[in-house]
Unconditional design. Structure first.
Length: 195
């Protein structure tokens, strides 16, 4: 079959053939195959072209997904939908590592800045597929009391205008995953009855 027409549609190219339905491919695929008007394309070349384009699509979509600070495990789950070979999945993941788009250490460091309990943060990270070894390494020196004190001080003014300020503060700190007994010590109340 022969390429009879080529039209550009945004970042893709639409190829028209004399004896085949039109095909839309990414610009990178178009350039890599050095496609030209009136070029002879056999079925083998067309299959290779479509296969490479499928990989390019997977990379482009995964690239956009990885920009949202995703873990290696989340990326691996995401690329399964493209049904790539295991070798192609590894190549794609390596490209993302080389671009520093997959960096579980950066994600753990971001979580260290969140004002929540150690237990809650560690749980959230493990749900995202971060290895327990990496979590333990970063959280070995985590000071939960200081973290809770910062949350307490930051929200003291906010809750002080309510008659039940202590109860509201305790509920808020509990929602951040802090231990009830530590919260009671900080707030300075023996026991609170919740409605």
């Amino acid at each position: 079959m022969i390429v009879i027409k080529i039209s550009k549609v945004k970042d893709k190219y639409k190829l028209f053939f004399d004896s085949h339905d039109p095909v839309i491919i990414f610009e990178d695929t178009y350039i890599n195959f050095n496609l030209k008007l009136k070029m002879e394309v056999n079925h083998e070349l067309l299959e290779k072209l479509l296969s490479d384009d499928k990989k390019e699509k997977a990379f482009n979509q995964t690239f956009k997904y990885a920009l949202k600070y995703k873990t290696e495990e989340e990326i691996k789950k995401y690329i399964k939908k493209y049904e790539l070979s295991l070798a192609d999945e590894h190549i794609l993941i390596k490209r993302l590592f080389d671009l520093n788009l997959i960096n579980d250490q950066n994600i753990v460091e971001q979580y260290l800045n969140k004002k929540e309990s150690k237990k809650k943060l560690m749980h959230q990270l493990s749900l995202r597929g971060i290895s327990q070894t990496l979590i333990d390494e970063y959280f070995k020196d985590f000071n939960e009391t200081d973290n809770m004190l910062q949350v307490y001080q930051k929200n003291l003014k906010r809750f002080s205008k309510y008659p039940d300020a202590d109860v509201r503060m305790i509920r808020y700190l509990l929602s951040k995953g802090f231990d009830y007994h530590q919260i009671k010590k900080m707030v300075g109340i023996k026991s609170i009855e919740f409605d």
